[in-house]
Write a protein that binds this ligand. Sequence first.
Ligand SMILES: [Zn+2]
Length: 389
Amino acid sequence: MKRAVVIIMTTILAVLFPLNAIAMDISSDNIMVRVMVMDDKDSVCIAIKSCYKVMAKDTDRVVMDGPRLSAKVLATKDGIMIGIRELKMRSIEIVSDGKTKISVGGRIFRGSIEIIRKENGKLMLINRIALDDYLYGVLYHEVSHRWPMEVLKAQAIVARTFALFQARQNKNKPYDLRSDVYSQVYGGSTSERWSTTMAVNVTKGKVLVYDGDILPAYYHATCAGSTESASNLWKTDIGPLKGGILCDYCRISPHYKWMKEIPLWKVEENLCKGQYNIGKIASVSVLSRNSSGRVDKLEIKDDSGVSVILTGKDFRQLLGPNEIRSTKFDPSIKCGSLILEGYGWGHGVGMCQWGAFGMASQGKKAAEILQFYYPGTEIATIDQIRGRF
Ligand SMILES: [Zn+2]
């Protein structure tokens, strides 16, 4: 019944909110992504309330099955223990019959769960899931499900594009995406909401392309005035990510301006961990900024005159991306603390999510939002670029 309602509403919304002239009969159902959802775990509880199978990853042979599963999984010397059964293998896949989802440590997941016993004797868990099922669990974490449908649609297209790009980049690695801020935040089925699911459904199969290829669709929370060039951060220098887009739409963002106070001993400790050789900090000054106003190079001097120079990006990474929300800041020292008066949240490349919200609030459509933040790109279907990933 719930599914029927979703299908009917999806159809209505597709009519009410057409994205562009592209037909809606595109399928991305058969594209799977591998999302690392847990790492370095000693044990984890897994439950499935309907029939399940456990397969050996290397042979696809069924090594265990049953009408339901509720067991603690842990690594042993030679393999993986599920409940009281030891499987002498390095990697297994747990599959539900589809009637119920899989509970992993209290979080609910669609798709299947691969468990790898790592060399260090710990467990890594990878959720193998259809692309759009994955997006259902991403959108809630990336934007507010109460935002206008046009910004949710823009986010769905960007997240789908980003996931496909990452999957291509990482195809020889054990997983395509992480479930945290280093890829896209993914909470599994527990994080699905009606509006965000709808946004994924009405944009089904749609991705951003540039020059006929999938776009590295980076995005961030708030640019605070101007987007950043991708070439300042990564080895990519394509037209749509050249940055410098003046964005006034994110002025409404709660992250537009921030202030952070970090005790100097903490900065010194982190510099030491990062192998920077410096004593008691005496001054922190900006040596250069890039054209978007973000810190390019930062000089930190100690009380004996020794100084280290590091990039704004490395400095943010060293202190933690959530401690220092962006590299657009003015530093000063007061009473034994480093004071940062900063602007925006995130690396600043690509779509500014709060700016996209501002645009949608002013009546702009998803396609206009995407064209604004990724100039020169087109919305295409996955089928049109299938040979490119
Ligand atoms: Zn912005």
